[in-house]
Design a protein around this ligand. Structure first.
Ligand code: 5GP
Ligand code: ZN
Length: 104
């Protein structure tokens, strides 16, 4: 997807601190962290919002949560928030689905 910052990060056209990658997703540190641990878990598939996911994306979305859990353990974060902002009014600024992992 052209002009999508997160697609560019996935394709290494924009630099970021990638902390995890597999066939389905990439995880990188948020550029403006709001907690000690603030990682974005991002599917490689360009889906603008959670409200755009289809039945086919069910496993993919579960996978994001599983990876978030593993990254929390890796970063010694026991108590954390997992957040999807859906839509501009809810604070979504990047229209490529991403799961925020935020913990202290
Ligand atoms: P949203 O508000 O869309 O749920 O969250 C987007 C997040 O992406 C924000 O927390 C913001 O700090 C982060 N972000 C925006 N641009 C970049 C970037 O170029 N690199 C990284 N690593 N994070 C970004
Ligand atoms: Zn994208």
């Amino acid at each position: 997807m052209e002009d999508c910052i997160f697609c560019k990060i996935i394709n290494r056209e924009i630099k970021s601190e990638i902390v995890y990658e597999d066939e389905f997703c990439v995880a990188f540190n948020d550029i403006n962290p709001r907690k000690r641990v603030h990682i974005l878990i991002v599917p490689k598939k360009h889906i603008p919002r959670v409200s755009d996911i289809s039945d086919d994306d069910e496993l993919l979305m579960g996978h994001l949560i599983k990876i978030a859990k593993e990254l929390a353990v890796k970063n010694s974060s026991e108590h954390y928030q997992l957040v999807f902002n859906v839509g501009k009014e809810a604070g979504q600024i990047i229209f490529h689905v991403h799961l925020h992992l935020m913990g202290n």
